[in-house]
Design a protein around this ligand. Structure first.
Ligand code: NAD
Length: 375
């Protein structure tokens, strides 16, 4: 009898170093990869004590690029690539949220291949193999960017925010020290926590799902349900912070091969046009797509719900909706400034190719109805 599974591949080239205090290993890990580092972070983080002490660990005159801002742009990549070239750097260390990590990933290639970064963005030229090694140190617990081949960048001239995906973008080492996340404000903790949950759920229900990612996804869901509410209650809870850093890591590994689906496709216009942080933009539709996809999931849906301690997908959707409201994330489209007349344009902008990975077909009519209910 023929097997009913389709062939699958799982590849994770990034070395992963995880644990409280792991940042002490930064000099040794970076020293293996190069002798002339550049340190990358964002303008807000550079002042925080735990981040401010990192460049000195790499050497006295380590250049610091702190011009990354949330929703990084191709222009920020060009500025960082320029600094890398000027200083003759041979390794890059990025400490920050997904914005800093994604900016550094692209700059590690653009610095060697020549810019502008716009050339390689949203349907542009393919990058070749040349890139610098990258040590990625996440300070949020959500994007999983430390283990994915994606760099999500905006091009303000085109009004587009889109992922550039390349094997070179897998960081060489993910150095994950949950202590770096303790300073996250509650709003960032909530939004990034929902990003981790969305990766796990979407990696699991993507049409390209496969057994390794399924296993990682279910554990990531379990971790989010064990720890997100605790960390929102007390940001200094070290056990809960570590649990969320692990959830984000496993969530990243769970979606990087199958890729995301409808929740992420719909998040892009909410971020690009209504300025919602990425995780909050995913949270907007997550419970609604859990209900929508339930009929297509069968027993796999029950296993997903059970990982969260729920009986079935309907109960899982109820729990996600409750957690989202209690976390203080927006739950309606009118709250973020969407009016009924805006819905056709948002529906159109939601049909990103990731939509094709959704386990149940999403039609423009079904999405219009969902968005009307969300108003
Ligand atoms: P972010 O990097 O945009 O940071 C958000 C804010 O939180 C910033 O102001 C930052 O200074 C602050 N912050 C971060 N860590 C902090 C800490 N420990 N203490 C205090 N403040 C802190 O947030 P993010 O959600 O991690 O990243 C979002 C970006 O990542 C988006 O552009 C999104 O599209 C992208 N993303 C990428 C992937 C990927 O695979 N590459 C996956 C999901 C999302």
């Amino acid at each position: 009898m023929a097997a009913d599974s389709t062939p699958w591949t799982y590849r994770q080239p990034t070395e992963i170093v995880f644990g409280a205090g792991a940042r002490e290993r930064l000099p040794e890990i970076t020293g293996r990869l190069g002798s002339s580092p550049v340190f990358v972070t964002d303008g807000g983080l550079v002042e925080l004590p735990l981040i401010a002490e990192l460049p000195a660990l790499l050497g006295e005159d380590t250049p610091v690029f702190a011009d990354v801002a949330p929703n990084p742009t191709v222009g920020m990549v060009d500025a960082l690539a320029e600094l890398i070239r000027e200083r003759g750097a041979d390794v890059v260390v990025a400490a920050g949220g997904g914005s800093s990590l994604d900016c550094a990933k692209a700059a590690c290639s653009v610095a060697l291949q020549g810019g502008p970064a716009r050339r390689y963005h949203s349907g542009g030229e393919a990058l070749d193999e040349r890139h610098l090694p990258l040590v990625a140190m996440p300070t949020t617990a959500g994007t999983g960017s430390e283990v994915t081949p994606n760099s999500v960048l905006g091009d303000p001239e085109k009004g587009v925010k889109a992922p550039v995906v390349h094997d070179n973008f897998f960081p060489t080492t993910a150095l994950i020290d949950p202590e770096l996340t303790h300073s996250m404000p509650r709003g960032v903790t909530a939004s990034t926590g929902f990003d981790a949950l969305s990766h796990a759920v979407e990696g699991y229900w993507s049409r390209n799902h496969q057994p390794i990612c399924d296993t990682l996804a279910l554990r990531a869901v379990e971790l989010v349900f064990d720890h997100l509410e605790d960390v929102l209650e007390d940001g200094a809870d070290a056990t809960a912070r570590e649990g969320m850093s692990l959830a984000a890591l496993l969530g990243g590994m769970a979606f990087q091969a199958p890729q995301n689906a409808a929740v992420h496709a719909c998040s892009f216009p909410f971020s690009a046009s209504y300025h919602l942080p990425h995780g909050a933009a995913c949270a907007m539709t997550l419970d609604h797509f859990i209900r929508f996809n339930a009929p297509a999931m069968g027993e796999r849906g029950v296993a997903l719900a059970r990982a969260a301690g729920c009986e079935d997908m309907e109960r899982l959707a109820d729990e996600v909706a409750r957690m989202k409201a209690e976390a203080g994330l927006p739950t309606t489209l009118s709250e973020i400034g969407v009016a009924d007349d805006d819905i056709p344009a948002i529906v159109e902008a939601s049909f990103h190719p990731l939509m094709d990975n959704n386990p149940r077909e999403v039609t423009p009519d079904a999405l219009t109805e969902m968005y009307r209910r969300l108003l």
